[in-house]
Write a protein that binds this ligand. Structure first.
Ligand code: IMP
Length: 439
């Protein structure tokens, strides 16, 4: 069975976790293939709220195998914290979670480096990372001389490797630390990581072979993207991006499956836009409406608690990411958040140097200079959180979703009207959202 992918179409936080959890039923494997503990996935099942950073959102569905593959950078302490909290809540993870020996470990020096580098640029140039050591860990991965992978954790020379790298890191980071003091103690790190190694050993496996076998055996596999397409290190708003390929192009390399084997991609987009950290955001709202969306949508980071920047839906950006990530259909989330507004703007094009453009600029300097061209749609001003099918939605809400679909060039397959699993409207992508609308 060709693989199914769930990919964020904006700057992350599109509520992908809920869709993954929804789609997990009947799947054999869920694969997390890029990013690290910078991600925050919330899954709500009844009264239970699960906040996950590294473990795939499918872990709450019994009977599914969850893999963390080579493209992920793993912070062992965070991972163990998640494992323990799931165990405490009675979620059986034995034999249901495996970690690739090829995945890289986030080490204490990566967190220190993230803090130092994040201060190098200030103001508009500040990337505003999550400070989880993600960029520095990927940098060491590509650099190759100072990297530790999950399989290295269980090698006899772990202590030697940690001591060698700690010595180098202390030397290289000293000029950037107060009084030249780098807060790294090799013996302490050896002790800490030996403990993690012991606990994580049962989970470490050759997930590459396992996944390729699963492909050969025609298993049902779901790939869970983290962050969003506009944060992709190569195709996003560079340098205001994360350090992995967080668009659809990263599935194959991060998971280790042939690209041709990916069958369907569902792109997830919020009904408006948000972004955390620095970087251009053409449709950002600095007014009461932006604040209203932030409060109503609880737009505060799952990982860092930072308030998210909020703005109107940017159809230029999402049209681009639908194409880049190969989205076949869209899952439109948080539609209920817009319910109280009397009118809603949608960015349909940009103006750059006096010209109308329909494409997403390649360079952030240009993206910073664009002015959004808006189309205004009427709001619906009624609670939609109990809507369960297309016909339940007020005509203006359907017309809004239909217009986004038209602008992005993709059918909408799911509309989410609340955090709970049940608050999901499933649409037939071949049917118009506007069919059966009384005009
Ligand atoms: P990093 O991934 O911690 O290096 O952060 C780089 C940029 O990506 C920053 O602007 C972060 O706020 C953003 N970012 C990283 N992970 C997420 C996420 O899961 N959701 C939204 N933004 C994220």
């Amino acid at each position: 069975m060709p693989g199914l992918c769930v990919i964020g179409l904006q700057w992350g936080d599109e509520a992908k976790g809920k869709l993954v959890d929804w789609l997990a039923e009947g799947r054999d494997l869920i694969v997390r293939y890029q990013g690290g503990a910078n991600a925050g996935h919330t899954v709500v099942v009844g009264d239970e709220v699960y906040k996950l950073h590294l473990i795939p959102s499918g872990i709450v569905n019994p009977g599914i195998l969850n893999l963390i593959t080579a493209g992920v950078v793993i912070h062992p302490k965070t991972l163990l914290g998640e494992i323990d909290s799931l165990l405490e809540r009675g979620v059986d993870i034995s034999d249901r979670l495996l970690l690739s020996g090829r995945a890289h470990c986030v080490m204490p020096w990566h967190i220190i480096e993230d803090k130092i580098w994040n201060q190098v640029n200030s103001g508009d140039d500040n990337i505003g990372t999550t400070l989880r050591g993600i960029g520095p860990c990927y940098r060491d991965k590509v650099g190759r001389s100072f990297a530790i992978r999950m399989s290295d954790l269980i090698q006899p020379d772990l202590e030697q490797q940690i001591r060698r790298i700690t010595e180098y890191k202390i030397q290289s980071l000293a000029p950037f630390c107060e009084n030249g003091q780098v807060d790294l103690d090799a013996s302490q790190i050896v002790e800490e990581y030996s403990h993690y190694a012991k606990r994580l050993q049962p989970f470490i496996a050759d997930t590459t072979r396992l996944l390729l076998d699963a492909v050969d055996q025609d298993k049902a596999i779901l790939f869970e993207g983290a962050q969003g397409s506009l944060l992709d290190v190569d195709f996003g708003t560079y340098p205001f991006v994360t350090s992995s390929n967080s668009s659809g192009v990263g599935v194959s390399s991060g998971a280790g499956v042939p690209g041709k084997w990916i069958g369907k991609t569902i792109g997830v987009a919020k009904s408006y836009s948000t972004r955390v950290g620095g970087g251009p955001f053409p449709t950002e709202l600095h007014d009461e409406t932006g604040e209203h969306i932030r409060i109503k949508g609880n737009e505060f980071g799952t990982t860092t608690g930072r308030p998210r920047r909020c703005g109107w839906f940017d159809a230029v950006a999402v049209r681009y990411t639908c194409r880049l990530s190969g989205a076949d259909t869209i899952c439109l989330t948080m539609l209920d958040v817009l319910s109280e507004l009397s009118k809603i703007d949608v960015c349909v094009a940009y103006e750059l140097d006096g010209k109308r453009i329909e494409f997403f600029p390649e360079n952030v300097a240009n993206l910073r200079r664009v002015t959004p061209i808006y189309e205004t749609l009427p709001g619906w001003q009624q609670d939609i959180t109990s809507c369960r099918k297309r016909e339940d939605l007020p005509p203006n809400a359907r017309a809004y979703a239909a217009r986004l679909s038209e602008l992005c060039g993709r059918p909408i397959e799911f509309i989410s009207v609340g955090p709970d699993r049940e608050q999901t409207i499933v649409l037939n992508p071949d049917e118009s959202l506007l069919d059966s609308l009384v005009s």
